[in-house]
Design a protein around this ligand. Structure first.
Ligand code: G
Ligand code: G
Ligand code: MN
Ligand code: NA
Length: 252
């Protein structure tokens, strides 16, 4: 309860910060995208979203926070474009936000106000979202698609999403869950799952991103199996926007 009350004031107290983690093209060796990851600074400590997002999801607080993250990512896009950087940013989306009335209008409004190309924005929905409440989710995602915002499926492989769902929903990208990448060197089942996801993505004309890539061996496996977009500590940890911009300008 202490955390819940503190979280209610986090936005106005300026305690929330959006970090960026690079998403890397192994072939071109360039950062091609970034994921926005929220951090909460409280009394000199940084609290992980793993801890506070579930608290926010217990009430409408998740809607306030979700909107704040989106608006902040729009601000970040303005900052990037001032630096001559054009890079899509993905925003994590909580299942509860589907019930945030007028959320899509809010997105449209933010895009217009910031003069942003919606091609530079992408929502990450988890696989579970697609299965529960399919009809409502389909309508919601189609409305999102109409705004020009892209859609990716996060933590892919952990749910039970069928091929036909993927085919009928306006999805652009699959993100292979990092649990499958972690043991790819010595777990045959994980390799089979990763291969199947890559094949599925190619045949449905979707992009595919491997998450949680930490080693050269994992990267080599992905190259050999035709997945050339990756995210993980090997390329960069989530970092403050200022650091992210400095890194981009040194490397690209
Ligand atoms: O960055 P980190 O590994 O601590 O993130 C942990 C989890 O928190 C991830 O599953 C991520 O999707 C989630 N998360 C991070 N930022 C946000 C956010 O802005 N909104 C939502 N709903 N989840 C987030
Ligand atoms: O659930 P989601 O995919 O949104 O989670 C993203 C989280 O994964 C981020 O919070 C980030 O800190 C974490 N992450 C990103 N890359 C790596 C990695 O290479 N190894 C590990 N262990 N975690 C990672
Ligand atoms: Mn994510
Ligand atoms: Na994930």
């Amino acid at each position: 309860l202490f955390l819940e009350n503190a979280l209610k004031n986090a936005i106005e107290q300026n305690q929330l910060e959006v970090f960026l983690q690079p998403i890397f093209d192994i072939e071109s060796k360039e950062v091609i995208k970034a994921e926005a990851l929220l951090r909460w600074h409280l009394n000199g400590e940084t609290i992980s979203p793993v801890e506070f997002i579930p608290i926010a999801e217990r009430s409408d607080l998740i809607n306030t926070i979700g909107r704040w993250v989106f608006a902040t990512v729009c601000d970040i896009q303005v900052r990037l474009s001032e630096q001559g950087v054009k890079l899509p940013i993905t925003v994590n989306f909580s299942p509860k936000q589907i019930y945030d009335l007028h959320l899509i209008n809010f997105f449209r409004h933010q895009i217009e106000e910031h003069h942003i190309d919606p091609d530079l924005l992408e929502l990450e929905v988890t696989e579970g979202v697609l299965i529960n409440n399919y009809n409502k989710v389909k309508l919601f995602l189609e409305e999102i698609k109409d705004t020009g915002i892209h859609i990716s499926v996060d933590d892919f492989g952990t749910g039970y999403c069928s091929l036909s769902y993927l085919k009928h929903l306006p999805i652009d990208t699959l993100k292979i869950d990092r649990s499958f990448i972690e043991d790819i060197d010595d777990n045959e089942d994980d390799r089979a799952i990763v291969n199947a996801i890559i094949a599925m993505a190619h045949s449905l004309n979707l992009s595919v991103i491997a998450e949680g890539v930490e080693t050269q061996a994992q990267q080599q496996y992905l190259i050999d199996h035709k997945c050339h977009i990756a995210q993980g500590f090997m390329y960069g940890r989530p970092m403050p926007v200022t650091d992210f911009i400095a890194n981009i300008q040194n490397n690209n």
